[in-house]
Write a protein that binds this ligand. Structure first.
Ligand code: ADP
Ligand code: MG
Ligand code: MG
Length: 873
């Protein structure tokens, strides 16, 4: 009975929690009878226990020894056997894939004695010494933290004195000398000799993999990817197989479909005579997987057959790591592969057509975030100059920025930058996060840069070999570029351009706009089919925030079934500002009279664009000072006039007014309903404009459905007062249709007293921006730069609560208000407006909370529709 360790044959693909993704999938492949080297998995529970106590759980070592005996029997070799040593790899593998973030150590079991056994057994001395020096380096780095660069110097010296350019060309004696040099480096950094006992190596390696869960870059990656920090990693111990045993051997990665476009075919990279990480690290340039058909036809055929079986088993795109040792194929890893947003849609539709998955499942396979990504603009290729160079298109997108040549510079930059590197490694992660895009001169679609950029949805062009990337300059096509020079990179074509290339709207946006049809285009037809299904399964509607005719029309084209928020304050800017000034200064009826026809015309346009659908118009909301000049400017103007002996006139009067209404906390001051109650005639004018616009639309044969929404209500009495007057006005406008009157729920007190407020409100709309700011008690305009970075770092929240709804706090107020509001007024319509309405994770929450609709910016409408559909499954 095992507590800590599972043999591969005892695991299962659905046990990722316990075995990690790699372990669960190795188990699955073993159970499928695929050629997986024998091995076992130490569970994530064990890791958590180790990290909590700082020492190996008692009983673990005995269990490992027990499973090691089984492994030896299966492999037909013994760990530490001087004549024919079994070697092991010790691999990290968490529940969620974290490519290259944690440690893996290969060739464990080599020492001064077994290296000779390996050489004799394999008849290849060079290979044995090469494996040993790799072990000392990897072990030194990973287990004892010897800086990786330290081992570079003797390696470079060895290459130089042998007169070769690549490590694979070093002969056995040179490698043996290198082992001696590496052992000295090991000793000088650790104060001890390189451990010779294989079992000690094994246990040290296991604990190092456990600790690598908390490596800085791993913590950062999890924060970025929103992976919980407390899961821990599993450890996979397995027999080594060798891709570095000559031209009959090699190692590679493969995808069952193209992870960039979704197209079916053979995709991957192969590197002959190489081991493990050589491919992923992009250190040497690989050949296309299809070339394996010539290099080793029988392994190639076997690999294709295995890929097909894996797709059937996982019912999805799989990616694979494999190694060929002397013509024998070994599977080292598989998982459901990462893919670009476009590929996600195309593959979901393909699997549907192939009868592999249902329409519901296809909808599960895509996300609102992916759709949002597809709506980003791309380069206008007709306006682009000839490319400077072309690399491998590794992660789509169109990015323009200044060149930075290292991660730190990317982090320090203030404007948009492109991180340009020979290749990236996990230490470049902060720079990759900060940059708009990533460009490398080495490595293919499976290099570190490519994999990580795809995961982050960041533009990446890699393997642009024409680029010669130095420490402080890049030469390409006879030109020299320096840090700060602007370039544009296209992750769909791999093109690299000098200067800023103009961008144009995405294909998907043009499809939603009605400028393109889906037929014949795999991506657009996939989007179309999944959107149709999403609209069918959604239990929550999607409205849009729009305050002018063009936005309202776009919202309708993008599938909004109403306007959830029509802000009226935007209508007071520009030339109309003077009217507002006069209103504030003189409480001028004249100014109100002048504003009335302007507002009426605004509303008519919007009601026309959204004919037959609800249009929720919010009465004026922001603090007064937003309409008046800044106090500093007025003081300066007045002082200047006085200095010249002139009359400060209008500025003087304005200054007096601005001083009078100055507030220390304007966001908590005279705004919303408070302003409406204090400044007579303002709300009345707006209500009249709505009613008259609606009446005009009715007279024109339209079907206007305006609703009036009162902002910032905290007490039912506020709403009752406004409502009584509004109803009187609507009744007095001949031909006006009935107009529903409701309120925003954005002050915590409103949420708590929702039962009372519902008695006066025909609908609620959560203003989650204000509700978040007032619930947390922090100003959304000030906090992001001030302390959110630190809060995210400390894990106080994983994502800004202004971006994704805070389910526990603000979300609880939403649930309370829904419950109390509907209890008081059954059938009460409830929606949400504000940024959260277009955030995929929040849409799901609002759907689950039983809201009738979310409202978001027109561009976000398709994203919200898709998420609403997914939430309805
Ligand atoms: P990562 O999760 O970063 O991909 P892996 O655990 O997959 O790390 O290991 C790193 C590299 O070592 C991979 O390329 C893998 O194929 C190789 N490798 C791991 N175990 C073995 C093994 N038993 N024999 C040969 N190569 C191995
Ligand atoms: Mg791997
Ligand atoms: Mg508000």
């Amino acid at each position: 009975m095992s507590r800590y360790v599972y043999d591969f044959i005892d695991g299962h693909k659905d046990r990722k929690d316990l075995l990690g993704g790699k372990g669960a999938n190795l188990a699955e492949m073993t159970r499928m009878g695929l050629p997986v080297p024998p091995g076992f998995t130490i569970t994530t529970d064990t890791c958590r226990e180790y990290l909590a106590t700082g020492s190996m759980p008692t009983g673990l070592l005995a269990e490992v020894e027990h499973h090691l005996r089984q492994l030896q029997a299966a492999a037909g070799r013994t760990f530490g056997d001087p004549a024919d040593p079994l070697l092991l790899s010790v691999r990290s593998g968490a529940k969620f894939s974290m490519p290259g973030m944690m440690e893996t150590i290969l060739d464990i079991g080599l020492n001064d004695t077994t290296v000779a056994g390996l050489a004799r057994r394999s008849g290849d001395e060079r290979f044995a010494w090469d494996s040993y020096r790799r072990l000392i380096q990897m072990f030194g780095r990973t287990v004892f933290g010897v800086p990786g660069d330290e081992f570079e110097a003797p390696l470079g010296a060895a290459r130089a004195s042998a007169g070769v350019v690549c490590d694979a060309e070093l002969a056995a004696p040179a490698l043996r000398d290198l082992v001696e040099a590496d052992k000295k480096i090991f000793h000088s950094f650790t104060g001890r000799d390189f451990p010779q006992a294989p079992h000690e190596q094994l246990f040290l390696a296991i604990s190092a993999v456990f600790r690598s869960w908390n490596a800085e870059r791993a913590v950062l990656y999890r924060r970025q990817e929103r992976i919980p920090q407390d899961l821990g990693t599993a450890v996979n111990v397995m027999a080594m197989v060798f891709g570095n045993r000559g031209e009959n051997s090699g190692t590679g990665v493969a995808f069952t479909r193209d992870p960039a476009t979704g197209r079916r075919g053979v995709y991957g990279d192969y590197l002959p005579n190489a081991q493990g990480e050589d491919v992923v690290a992009g250190i040497r340039n690989t050949v296309a997987l299809s070339e394996l058909a010539d290099i080793d036809p029988s392994s190639y055929r076997q690999l294709l057959a295995i890929m097909q079986r894996l797709e059937q088993r996982y019912q999805d795109l799989c990616d694979i790591e494999f190694t060929i040792e002397n013509g024998k194929l070994w599977m080292l890893q598989t998982r459901v592969g990462k893919r670009t947003p476009a590929a996600a849609f195309v593959i979901a539709a393909q699997l549907l057509d192939e009868g592999t998955i249902t329409l519901d499942e296809a909808l599960q396979r895509v996300t609102g975030a992916q759709l949002a990504h597809l709506m980003f603009p791309g380069f206008d290729r007709s306006a682009a100059p000839a490319p400077l160079a072309t690399g491998v298109p590794a992660s789509p997108g169109a990015s323009v920025g200044a060149i930075v040549l290292d991660s730190a510079a990317a982090v320090a930059a203030t404007g948009p930058v492109i991180l340009v590197r020979r290749e990236t490694d996990p230490d470049d992660l902060p720079g990759m996060i900060a940059a708009q895009g990533v460009l490398t001169s080495h490595g293919g679609k499976t290099s570190h840069a490519a994999v990580v950029a795809r995961g982050m949805g960041k533009t990446c062009v890699c393997g642009a070999e024409a680029l010669d990337i130095g420490d402080d300059q890049v030469t390409v096509a006879g030109r020299t570029l320096r840090a700060g020079d602007v370039i544009s990179i296209d992750g769909t074509t791999g093109h690299i351009y000098l200067g800023a290339v103009a961008v144009r709207p995405s294909k998907v946006v043009r499809y939603f706009e009605g400028e393109l049809t889906a037929s014949g285009d795999p991506l657009l037809s996939a989007v179309e089919r999944l959107m149709i299904h999403a609209d069918r399964t959604a239990r929550i509607e999607v409205h849009a925030n729009a305050d002018n005719g063009p936005d309202a029309r776009r919202a309708a084209r993008f599938g909004a079934t109403g306007i959830g928020l029509c802000r009226t304050e935007h209508m007071f800017l520009g030339d109309r500002r003077v009217l507002i000034e006069r209103l504030i200064l003189q409480q001028s009826q004249e100014a109100l009279d002048a504003l009335l026809p302007l507002q009426r015309a605004d509303f008519e346009q919007i009601l026309e664009a959204m004919d037959g659908a609800p249009v929720t118009i919010r009465l004026i909301d922001p603090p007064l000072h937003e309409f008046l000049p800044a106090v500093e400017d007025l003081i300066a103007n007045v002082a200047r006039a006085q200095a010249l002996g002139a009359d400060p006139g209008h500025d003087g009067a304005l200054l007096t007014a601005v001083r009078r209404i100055h507030e220390r906390n304007p966001m908590l001051g005279l705004r919303g309903v408070r302003l409406g109650l204090v400044l007579p005639g303002l709300f009345a004018m707006q209500v009249r404009a709505v009613a008259e616009a609606a009446a005009a639309r009715v007279a024109a044969g339209g079907d206007p459905r305006p609703e009036i929404m009162v902002p910032l209500v905290g007490a039912v009495q506020e709403l009752e007062t406004v409502r009584a007057e509004a109803e009187r006005i609507v009744a007095s406008v001949p031909g006006a249709p009935p107009i529903r009157i409701g309120t925003m729920i954005e002050v915590p007190r409103a949420a708590l007293t929702a039962g009372q407020i519902a008695s006066a409100a025909e609908f609620f709309s959560f203003g989650t921006n204000d509700l978040t700011q007032m619930t947390w008690g922090f100003s959304r305009d000030d906090v992001e730069g001030a302390f959110f970075g630190r809060y995210l770092e400390l894990g106080i929240f994983a994502v800004s609560p202004f971006e994704t709804i805070d389910r526990d706090g603000v979300g609880e107020l939403v649930r309370i208000a829904v419950e109390r509001g509907r209890a008081a007024r059954p059938g009460l319509t409830i929606g949400v407006c504000g940024e959260h309405g277009g955030d995929p994770a929040s849409v799901r929450f609002f759907a689950d909370a039983g809201l009738d609709y979310v409202s978001c910016s027109p561009f976000r409408v398709p994203v919200a529709r898709l998420e609403a559909g997914r939430a309805g499954l």
